[in-house]
Design a protein around this ligand. Structure first.
Ligand code: B12
Length: 586
């Protein structure tokens, strides 16, 4: 690789310790002996330069690539916005695959199943995650015409996808991630719901049951519903909807899996129904896509979208947020042009719709600074206000790009074209991702999640332990004269301060953690952001160990009532090996 020239006026940047560990292990380019040949400055300049260079192919552009590269660089190194991991890893490199989310179809034949395994492997190698619906596969034990034998059924084939994923360490970076979806009316649904009973099985998958509105009504009325064999569309039996729902809830209570997705709802928001139905999302649930579609995401760090004038209290800096939204939309649209996909079919689908997914991270950090408890009506109102702003400005930016570069090619046959809403450059603009690694790099709270704990250990990258204490919390304690080593030890053990009654009441209200927050507020927060998000919102409702099966049932039901597109739950301690734990002080 030729050495990339960094202009003299590009400021050198260093990262915080945890970010540096993650970047060094997973993101910096390496030589053949595995030694890093990049630092943070080089990495971000490589990305900024590669993405800005795409600008030169548009005649009507309103910006120059050089200035744009510097703007992109500042936006990323100031941790105002970060693109998804494959863009950070691969922009400006020969691989050049920059999207995080893919959905692949799985057809009902050995050839089609193994094609999907192969395509998934190619995507995982480049750092992307894959979602599949297995609903087209004929059920277990049904006849296979060509051989006279019997079929193995979806669950058995998913095992092959899981094993293949296990073996591909994404170019030495990370293991692949998958979403496996099965419709609730598939005859093998009970086997699917129970598939993750044994811990460690299907560990490279998130499982979700695709619930239909008909099914939810049948649960409500305690009725039976039909199971349909996808191979011949014949009714293959029936089950009591309430009983199926109960098993689903019970399994989610036991092991955190399966989650649920509402397919009818997702398809109601499908911007291009003429191109096909949506049958799956990406691994973490935030990005519904058509078969063979891919999407690149990026997240704005809300924690730094604030200002403090004179002696005024901290407030949201709407001008800054506006500037970053517009710049980020241009960035993500350029990523589509810069990206090279492992399959021609994917390139075709991506360039037809040009979907992008701009979202947020650092939401809990923002609330801390504004002194607003996560579990309050005020926080819900602010969530709607911010996301409405981002969606509206994001669409304005996409319209502006359409003027410069043309609408997305499928615009005319899209719901926007039919309603004559004016051309957009992108079929979708907003998505809220979980931002696992990105939030570590940006040093902020992840996605729209509350803090897991005020001080906690993350067990990451097979053996690395990153201890995190929320900086806003530490500052607040210091300002109020409450900071002491003894208190910090107590907090590291418990993770929360709600029960530490000698701390000021207002601190205990504002600095709430995932486990302090009533499940209802987790859900309402997801719904508040979903209201103004084109795609979907990734959220895990984290509940304490003591949560009951009834609690999980209420969460799933509320997700349905609140208009969410899906939801995932996790009860603390329900898996023996956990990623996030509060730690006893050593
Ligand atoms: Co997950 N997942 N996940 N997940 N996942 C999170 C880690 C988290 C914290 C989300 C939350 O807010 N609750 C919880 C864990 C709760 C806890 O520890 N207290 C969680 C859970 C509960 C699950 C599921 C049970 C489904 C669910 O949400 N109910 C399943 C279980 C998987 C299994 O059977 N082992 C699940 C599945 C997944 C998929 C979609 C497969 C991907 C992981 C695959 C991949 O990317 N290669 C996934 C992701 C990406 C995440 C996420 C969003 C980011 C992880 C990350 O990149 N970390 C985090 C949320 C977050 O951190 N914001 C949740 C940073 C990098 C640097 O560290 O060590 O490489 P890493 O990360 C790896 C591990 O975190 C591992 O995969 C990561 C990538 O290789 N992993 C594991 C991911 N999830 C889980 C869950 C468990 C229990 C274990 C042991 C490992």
């Amino acid at each position: 690789m030729t050495e990339l020239h960094i202009p003299a006026d590009v400021e050198y940047r260093t990262m915080n310790d945890n970010a540096e560990i993650v970047l060094a292990r997973r993101y910096y380019r390496k030589d053949i002996d595995g030694n890093p040949i990049e630092d943070a400055t080089k990495l971000f300049w490589r990305v900024a330069f590669a993405i800005a260079s795409e600008e030169s192919k548009y005649e009507n552009t309103t910006v120059t690539p050089d200035t744009l590269a510097k703007d992109f660089y500042s936006m990323m190194t100031n941790m105002e916005f970060l693109p998804n991991s494959p863009t950070l890893m691969n922009a400006g490199t020969p691989l050049g695959q920059l999207a995080a989310c893919f959905v692949l179809p799985v057809g009902d034949s050995i050839e089609e199943i193994f094609d999907a395994v192969k395509y998934a492997a190619m995507i995982h190698k480049s750092g992307g995650g894959t979602g599949f619906s297995f609903s087209r596969l004929r059920p277990k034990d049904s006849r296979v015409g060509s051989t006279g034998g019997v079929a193995s059924g979806p669950v058995s084939f998913i095992r092959i996808f899981n094993t293949a994923t296990e073996q591909i360490k994404q170019g030495g970076t990370r293991r692949g991630a998958n979403m496996g979806i099965l419709r609730v009316d598939h005859p093998d649904i009970i086997e699917f719901i129970r598939a993750k009973e044994r811990e460690g099985e299907f560990n490279n998958f998130n499982f979700s049951v695709a619930l239909t509105e008909n099914f939810m009504k049948a649960v409500e009325n305690n009725e039976d519903y039909d199971l349909v064999n996808p191979h011949d569309s014949e009714v293959a039996g029936s089950l009591n909807a309430r009983e199926v729902f109960e098993i689903l809830v019970q399994k989610a209570w036991e092991k955190g899996d399966p989650g649920i997705v509402f397919l009818d709802r997702i398809n109601r928001d499908n911007p291009t129904p003429a191109l096909g139905q949506i049958e799956s999302t990406n691994p973490c649930g935030e990005q519904p896509l058509l078969p063979y579609e891919a999407c690149n995401l990026g997240s704005i760090n809300l924690g730094v979208m604030v200002k403090q004038d004179d002696e005024q209290p901290i407030s949201i800096d709407w001008d800054k947020l506006n500037r970053v939204v517009h710049l980020a939309v241009r960035f993500l649209d350029n990523v589509i042009d810069a990206s090279r996909f492992p399959l021609e079919r994917i390139t075709e689908m991506v360039t037809m719709n040009r979907k992008i997914g701009l979202g947020v991270m650092g939401w809990a950090d923002l609330l801390f600074q504004l002194n607003i408890p996560y579990n309050s009506q005020e926080a819900l109102n602010l969530a709607e206000k911010i996301m409405e702003f981002i969606q509206a400005e994001g669409r304005t930016a996409s319209k502006q790009l359409a003027k410069e570069r043309g609408a997305f090619p499928a615009y005319k046959e899209s719901i926007f074209g039919e309603r004559d809403l004016g051309p957009y450059r992108n079929a979708t603009v907003t998505t809220i991702a979980p931002t696992g690694t990105l939030s570590i790099i940006a040093g902020c709270s992840s996605g729209i999640e509350p803090l897991f704990a005020l001080s906690f250990a993350r067990h990451v990258m097979d053996g690395e332990k990153l201890v995190e204490t929320n900086p806003y919390f530490k500052t607040a304690l210091e300002e109020r004269g409450c900071y002491s080593r003894k208190l910090m030890d107590a907090i590291t053990e418990k993770g929360t301060i709600v029960d530490i009654d000698y701390l000021p009441e207002d601190l205990r209200k504002v600095f709430v953690t995932a486990m302090d927050i009533e499940a209802e507020y987790h859900l309402k927060m997801q719904a508040a952001f979903q209201k103004y998000t084109d795609n979907a919102v990734s959220k895990t409702v984290n509940v304490p160990k003591e949560a009951t099966v009834d609690d999980i049932r209420s969460i799933y039901w509320l997700a349905y009532e609140q208009g969410c597109k899906g939801v995932t739950v996790y009860r603390d301690g329900s898996l023996q090996s956990q990623v996030l734990c509060t730690e006893s002080p050593e």
